[in-house]
Structure formats: structure tokens, C-alpha cells
Design a protein around this ligand. Sequence first.
Ligand SMILES: Nc1ncnc2c1ncn2[C@@H]1O[C@H](COP(=O)(O)OP(=O)(O)OP(=O)(O)O)[C@@H](O)[C@H]1O
Length: 366
Amino acid sequence: MHIEKLSLFGFKNYEEVALTFSNEVNCLVGENGSGKTNLLDAIHYLSMTRSAFNTIDSQNVKFGEEFFSIRGDFRLSEKALPVLCSYQEGKGKTFKVNKKEYARLSEHVGKLPVVLIAPNDTDIIRDGSEARRKFFDAIISQIDAEYLDNLISYSKYLKQRNSALKRFANVGRTDYELLKIYDEHIIGLSLYINQRRSDFIIDFEKLFQNHYDKLSEGNEKVSIHYRSEASDSDFKELYNNALRKDLALERTTMGVHKDDFRFTIEGKPLKKFGSQGQQKTFLVSLKMGHFDIIRELKGFKPILLLDDIFDKLDSRRIQHLMERVVNHDFGQIFITDAREERTRTILNELKISANFYRVNRGTVIQ
Ligand SMILES: Nc1ncnc2c1ncn2[C@@H]1O[C@H](COP(=O)(O)OP(=O)(O)OP(=O)(O)O)[C@@H](O)[C@H]1O
């Protein structure tokens, strides 16, 4: 699958631009703030129906304009697929594929997948457990629709249980029968979520480690551990034991909504002991693992969007990364870099041919 053409009107810092891409490597080069990432974001919009960086559509309309439109001509197994996403102040967003509008935007998500690796993705490593749960939950949900259903139900019951706990504190009386009903639902769902996360990480870690080893020449030992208070224990007992604390704090203090995925390097927490380059290598390997899963699931390769990927990586890791990206049959690739010479040198050394696009304040020279 690849995108052949992209046209923008009034999107972020672009008044009007139309580009034709290579179905292999495309490099977007130019100064900071020129609009390189905005082009990747436009492709992300066409895949995910929203921006990867600013989910408020109105803020993605060019300052002073009233609407934006993003058109992409995709090709999926030889079939042409024109995709049009437009947004107008007051009217909202419409999304059309082959001129046909979707009833719900969610119908489109997953049809033309992209994997984006961007600098602020290091949140997955540096932030609290929520960022990691979100990352893995999104991947598992792509593979297993039942998992997504269970997650949605779990968060619904959790919300209800938390408001009940608040209500009990306000009225000074606890309805134990009601709590029992919530707990039964929550425990059933937790068992599924817990087991699925645990099984998934065992498989995913192998994909991930394979990428990390290749990028780092196998010199560093990294791992991902799924951590759940509830693993190997009786959920019912855990909920009973936590009840006094839950009533005192007026919220559910224990459960799979607190799970974490521990990232380590040489057995130590990556966040504290990993260098910036090692953290970036870890992140890239996580995303490449995600790429593998989508490719397996869909039977075709997602588009790979690499935003400022070279920063913080040493030249050997960059070389291994690029070799992998090109030889490990990744499909269409977009790379942004503020340092054109660096990208040109890397690609020349590896004899990789690419299309270059010089971006300058919302204009692009191909
Ligand atoms: N709604 C908008 N209207 C006009 N300009 C916008 C809008 N949203 C963002 N911008 C502009 O887009 C520019 C940022 O573009 P982008 O993030 O693509 O830069 P970049 O080339 O990737 O830079 P860097 O090399 O620093 O990553 C900023 O100048 C910002 O002001």
C-alpha cells in the first residue's frame, strides 16, 4: 500500500500544495518549523482520520482560513483509492473514500495503516503507566476485537464503581450489594484483559528484541515485563482486601487500570538508566514490532513515517536502522530531517535512492 499523491488546501502552514511521491523512500528536508512534520501529519490524517499531534481539528486550519482539505491518492493492491478529508469551521469534518462518505469515521481507521515514529513518542518511555497501557492496548485491540470490547466495558463499570464510592461517602452509607454486582462484572473482564496482555507481551517481546538486537548489534539486553498487581492472584480476594482503602479514598485503587509494562535495559529501568540513544532505539524497536503486527494482520505493509528519527542515534545505529528499513521489506517510507546533508550522506553510503522534497515555510520544491 502506498500514497502516490498528496494535495493540501489551508492545512496548518500550507496554503496550497500538491506532491507526487515515490513508493519507496521520500525525504522531507528543510529548516525547523518549515512544515516537514505537517506533511507527515496530513498523511496521518488520511489514515487515522485525525492529527497525530493536535486532535483539535479547528487548530489545524491555516491561521486566518476557514477550512482545510487533505486529498491523498492511495494504491492498495493495484487498486486506486482516492481519500478526501475536509474540515470546515461550524460544519465539522467529512471523510470520503472513492467519493463515498463514511457514516462513522471509525469505519475508516485501520484500512490504510501508517506507523509513525515521532520525537514526542518517547512519552511511552518517560511518562507514567497510562502512556504504555495506551500504546499496548491500541495494538492488542487491533488484533482482538473482543479485547477492545472488554476494555470499553471495564472502563464503563470502573467509572460507575468510582461514582458509587463517591456517593457512599456523601450519604454516609455503603451499599455492599451494589459493589458486589460491580465487582463481579469487573473481575470477569479483568481476567480476560490480564490474560490477553500477558500472552501478548510474550509474543511481542520476541519481535521487539529482534529489532533492538539488530539496531544495537546485540550488545544490550532489553526486555518488557508486564506488571499487574492482579497477576497470579485471586481477583476477588484482591478487591475484598482493597475495599477499605477504596471506600476511604472514594475510588478503585486496584485493578487492571493500574497495570504497567516495565521496560528494562540490563535488568535496570530504562527510564532511569537508559541513555537518550538507547531510549530512542527502544522506541524505534517498539514501533517496528507494531509494524510487524500490522503487516501480518493486513497482509500488506503500512506506510512508515519517520519524524526526526536520526536525532540522538549514533551513526552505526542510523546505518543499521536504514539498512533494516530498506532491506527488511518495509514499504513506502517518509523521513524528515532538518539536516539535508546528513540524510543524503546516509542514503548515498547505503546506495539507497530516494525522492527529496525541500520544504520552506509552507512551500515544497520537489
Ligand atoms: N493552524 C496553523 N496555521 C498556520 N501555521 C501553523 C498551524 N499549525 C502549525 N503551524 C505552523 O507549522 C510550523 C511547524 O511545522 P512542522 O512541525 O511541520 O515543522 P518541521 O519542519 O517539522 O520542524 P522541525 O524541524 O522543528 O521538526 C510552525 O511554524 C507552526 O507555526
